[in-house]
Design a protein around this ligand. Structure first.
Ligand code: DX5
Ligand code: ZN
Length: 218
């Protein structure tokens, strides 16, 4: 069964703690936390302080998605703030192996994200070191964007790469996932799907949205 990772970027930040409690009690498997620096992506979100403030609220894994230009500089701070999975973008790193090793040296799970225009084969040399691959199905920077349908093939190829190599890697998909396409995303091979707007601002209440997405994802 695929796991749901609600993205707090779409939560109401005036009562963030309450919104987090609601997704957790509705059955969220992980909490997706989007970190944006206004440099790697054209938007600024939150930093380690918010991650730390949320940590006492729940024990579900914190899935921290770093959309920042210089991840090595901030990884230790996100580790102390309570991150469980730390995902960096392949496009940011001239020394990806070093960055992944840094995450793993702190005994956290290491993920590698790739933008829609980045070919999948960029991750091949570091596959044995990864715990998670994150396929972006929108251009990162904002919640509520439209799912790029042509990325379904990339999800299928990533699934094949993981299965054929026998790697113990979770495949996560992020961006524009909703009630209409969640089944297709999971069918293509996602183990984890992120839901921002569809979870926090969807057709129903937060609880109804999570329940419906879980039912539809099978
Ligand atoms: C995009 C972020 C996503 C986004 C998901 O830059 O990485 O996690 O917030 O939100 P939706 O599901 O609304 O596209
Ligand atoms: Zn994200």
């Amino acid at each position: 069964m695929a796991k749901i990772a609600p993205s707090i970027l779409s939560a109401d930040f005036s009562h963030l703690g309450e919104d987090v409690k609601r997704v957790v009690s509705a059955g969220a498997d992980l909490l997706h936390i989007d970190i944006m620096d206004g440099s790697f992506v054209p938007n600024i979100s939150i930093g380690p302080l918010v991650v730390k403030s949320l940590r006492p609220i729940t024990e579900i894994p914190f899935d921290v998605h770093l959309m920042i230009s210089d991840p090595d500089k901030y990884i230790p701070e996100f580790v102390s703030a309570g991150a469980d999975i730390i995902t960096v973008h392949a496009e940011t790193g001239h020394h990806l192996h070093r960055t992944i090793s840094l995450i793993k040296s702190q005994e956290k799970q290491a993920g590698l994200a790739i933008n829609p225009a980045t070919p999948l084969n960029i991750i091949e040399p570091v596959l044995p070191d990864l715990n998670l691959i994150l396929i972006m199905t929108v251009n990162p920077g904002f919640g509520g964007q439209k799912f790029i349908t042509s990325m379904l093939d990339k999800i299928r190829s990533a699934r094949k790469l993981i299965n054929e190599g026998g790697f113990d890697i979770q495949l996560e998909v992020d961006g524009g996932i909703n009630r209409e396409n969640v089944a297709e995303v999971v069918e293509a091979g996602a183990d984890i799907y992120v839901a921002g707007n569809a979870a926090f601002k969807g057709e129903g209440t937060i609880e109804e949205n999570i329940k419906t997405l879980k039912e539809l994802s099978g």
